[in-house]
Write a protein that binds this ligand. Sequence first.
Ligand SMILES: [Zn+2]
Length: 267
Amino acid sequence: MVTLGEAKDPYYLPHLTWPEVADHLRRSTTAILPFGALEQHGPALPLGTDTLGVIAVARAAARETGALVVPVVFPGLSSHHMGFPGTVTLGEETFARVVMDAAASLARHGFRRLVLSNGHGGNEATLGYLAYRITRETPAHAMLFGIAELRKIYLTAEIDKLDIHAGIGETSSMLYQQPALVRREAIERPRMRLDPWRERLLGRVREDPSLLRYVTLGLPAVHECSSNGCITYGDPARASVERGKELFDAFVAALAAFIKAWEEATA
Ligand SMILES: [Zn+2]
């Protein structure tokens, strides 16, 4: 017999009843809003990679901090991935309106700290701007805990390989978190075609990691710079469950540490 349903997670809003949310608010007014993407991740990883991953990290961090995870949207801003079937992208204004409406709802119920936890590079600039708007326009304060923080962790080993999409890092993460969704036989190194000036800057990121953001800013559409949708100069076949666990634990610890620091500073 097939069993439907999943175990109840008391830190995950979709699983709670309204009296439980009211109870929760007496203990914590911090909400984590996870943001990812519904976009192609090469031939081996599922389109939900970013959103599934960021929700898993947020739920683990919530168990450590007592915050509540509130997922409000599955797709994100992915126009640069539309050259591959399946990618669903929102327009920036649609995305902004969903985030602002969700933030206003949570603020009205008494949530005061909103952590915008971002697992997808394409959302980063817009979420930074929205964190500012939420703080200015609602009674809640919002902070972006995003790609910049995650890259400090996952690019340490691969920083000069531009391993930012469906590469060694993300393949490892999915092998650990969602092994049944990875097509191992399809893991394949992409042929990359980047502007020569980006490759020259990339050659210098070991000496100055801050150069990486100039390499990635305004990258062309993914189908123009990668043969299979992965963005990495590394070999995704080097991914491992062990590396995926190491990354997951480090992401959770960093997010939980940030939340605790923010709560203590504003208690
Ligand atoms: Zn991704």
